[in-house]
Design a protein around this ligand. Structure first.
Ligand code: FES
Length: 642
């Protein structure tokens, strides 16, 4: 059974909102848009409920309702149970899907072969030696001559296999030990949590053939959460799952979540929402691998410092107050039962170590997946362009880092036509010689919007074809009939409604373009400051590693054209995907990786951009396409000269 959240006491009907799995009890005839607002869920309603904008479209998966027809909702969608929330009355228990928040599919490497092939080209260790171990023991039956206690006899057998200095045992194990030993005639499996040469027995059970123990690696992102379910004996990833972070209903970025947490009772709510998100993913992955969550004994979690504070139910306020000090950089091992995670209650949780308030464990975990700290000569740049942009420059001998508030524009929020890299997203787009657009959509469906890589392409194509100027403003005489008027000002028509999924024109507005330019400007100017602090210029960079939510189809050439990435040779760029998740996976497999991530965290020097006098100038310079200083982008300058 999925966990549900009841907002108010039972009245007449229950509305379940997916994918948030939030339930609300309402009176008959309640307006669905009002119910959505009462449940604190984000649903656009530009026309204020008049039934004219079509923004509040939802899909009603089951239940009784009555919806007025509207010109803003095509019949074809209405027949597939799409409805405008503002025009819908609830007439029974219903399940409603908020379409823009459909479950995401992980677009990243889900095969352990990824590391097998790169074993020598990553800083971390690809070895399968997790601290959680299952040991099968034959336990000779007690006799009058050998009448040591059950626990003593287990300890004796374990010592024969592993030379441990200290062995302890959880109380919950003692409770079932006598039965487990006798039920199996001494053929038992013991689960141990091993740390150095000390171990704790955390579970015991009659041996059962083919029963393995599992772990989860999880990246807790501000916008999305992604998880691998891993067989701890073989190291194989047996299932994956990802979804939106349900905290998104409480604010889109880190700062708004920290502010939200300051209101009475809201820290608790944010904590519950992230636990609920992770638990749902554990359940989904367990179901798909046909295992019980009780067989999951270890979790390696990675995320930015704010997300990990909220996960642990710790007040994040000091992260944003000068001098920006978090409660922890390294979390001691935590028990799953203390957090309420849906796994074995004696399971252990580890979190990747943070550098500080704005460079978290997601970055130290990410560095493990690159060869960045293997070499003293080559200098690399690591860019994680998520909702918060984090950057690292350096090599084996030195590491500098900084963070910038990039915003979620490339992750599908903050633009009218943006969406996550899931079904229906345009992930590649170009303007052909005849001015028509050609694009590639994820899945076999009509386009619903553009994900990060599609937005990068579109911005670059509009710029290179002269449809927008260097400030991102439309040049009407060039863009011609594709320019259209919207409530938010001028827009560029990407696809007419008759060929889009929502049967609404797919448009990018000047406001959207400004948001994208601000995001790319924040990332590029942070890179510049970081390198200037060590007296380097971009041409001294040997490799650039890109992590984050762009989707695997990020076109590097286009990212350079808009000034998101530095103008370097294409072969210097390497796309990593969700490196925080991959790093969490490496930490799950071996404690050596956690030690290495800790070393990385301690070695990094953090630059606070807010106190950098030149940051504002750099940022302003980057608010143009590709930049005010064209000498930084020689390949674009060449295009201009031509
Ligand atoms: S709010 Fe505009 S159509 Fe419902």
């Amino acid at each position: 059974m999925k966990e549900k959240k009841s907002k108010i006491n039972k009245k007449e009907f229950q509305v379940e909102f997916l994918p948030f799995e939030i339930c609300l009890d309402v009176q008959p005839e309640t307006n669905l848009l009002d119910a959505t607002k009462e449940a604190d869920l984000p649903l656009k309603a530009t026309c204020g409920g008049k039934g004219t904008c079509g923004d509040c479209v939802v899909q009603i998966l089951k239940g009784k309702y009555q919806s007025k027809s509207s010109a803003a909702l095509p019949d074809q969608l209405a027949s597939r149970k799409y409805a405008l929330a503002c025009q819908t009355k609830i007439r029974g228990d219903i399940t409603v899907q908020l379409p823009q928040f459909r479950e995401l599919s992980i677009k990243s490497i889900v095969d352990s072969k990824y590391f097998e092939e790169r074993r020598d080209n990553i800083s971390g260790f690809y070895e399968i030696d997790p601290p959680l171990k299952k040991v099968d023991l034959p336990l000779p039956p007690p006799t009058l001559e050998d009448n040591y206690s059950d626990l003593r006899r287990i300890e004796r057998e374990l010592q024969k296999k592993l030379s441990l200095k200290k062995l302890s045992c959880e109380y919950s194990v003692l409770k079932k030990l006598a039965y487990a030993v006798r039920e199996s005639q001494g053929k038992i499996s013991v689960v141990l949590f091993v740390s150095g040469n000390e171990a704790t027995i955390i579970d015991v059970a009659p041996r059962s053939a083919g029963k393995n123990i599992y772990g989860v690696a999880c990246d807790i992102g501000t916008t999305t959460v992604a998880l691998f379910l891993v067989d701890l004996q073989s190291g194989k990833i047996v299932a994956t799952a990802s979804s939106l972070n349900q905290q998104i209903t409480c604010g889109e970025d880190i700062i708004s979540r920290i502010n939200y947490a300051q209101k009475p009772g809201k820290l608790e709510k944010l904590h519950e929402l992230i636990i609920l998100t992770v638990n749902n993913l554990i359940e989904t992955a367990s179901r798909s691998a046909r295992i019980s969550p009780a067989d999951i004994y270890y979790a390696s979690l990675s995320g930015n410092t704010t997300m990990l504070h909220l996960l642990l139910n710790l007040d994040p306020r000091y992260i944003r107050e000068e001098p920006y000090v978090p409660t922890f950089n390294q979390v001691p091992s935590v028990l799953s039962r203390d957090l309420g995670l849906k796994m074995n209650q004696e399971g252990r949780i580890t979190c990747s170590p943070a550098v500080g308030s704005y460079v978290g464990g997601d970055i130290t975990a990410g560095i493990l997946c690159t060869p960045l700290i293997q070499d003293s000569k080559k200098i690399s740049l690591f860019i994680d362009a998520g909702t918060n942009g984090e950057l690292v420059a350096g090599n084996k001998d030195w590491l500098m880092t900084c963070a910038c508030s990039a915003g979620p524009a490339f992750e599908g929020s903050g633009t009218q036509c943006g969406m996550p890299a899931s079904e229906g997203a345009i992930e590649e787009i170009r303007i052909k010689d005849d001015g028509e657009l050609e694009y590639k959509v994820i899945g076999s469906t009509k386009p619903k919007g553009l994900c990060g890589s599609g937005l990068v392409d579109l911005l670059a194509e509009l710029f290179i074809h002269g449809y927008i100027d260097r400030r991102g403003k439309f040049i009407e005489k060039k863009a011609g009939e594709k320019i259209t008027k919207t409530d938010e000002g001028k827009g560029f028509l990407i696809q007419e409604g008759k060929n889009s999924f929502w049967e609404k024109d797919l448009i990018i507005t000047e406001n959207d373009i400004s948001n994208l330019i601000r995001t790319k400007g924040a990332v590029f100017s942070a890179c510049s400051i970081l390198l200037k602090n060590v007296g380097l210029s971009f041409d001294k960079i040997d490799s650039v590693y890109i992590a984050g939510g762009f989707g695997e189809h990020l076109n590097i050439k286009n990212a350079i054209r808009i000034g998101l990435l530095p103008d370097l040779k294409r072969e210097k760029f390497h796309y990593l995907g969700n490196s925080s998740l991959l790093g969490a996976y490496l930490i799950l497999l071996s404690d050596k990786n956690k030690d290495l991530a800790t070393e990385v965290a301690q070695k990094m020097t953090y630059i606070e951009l807010n106190t950098e006098p030149s940051y504002m100038n750099e940022f302003t310079g980057a608010l143009f396409l590709p930049h005010t200083d064209l000498s930084l982008f020689p390949s674009i300058k060449q295009i201009f000269n031509r």
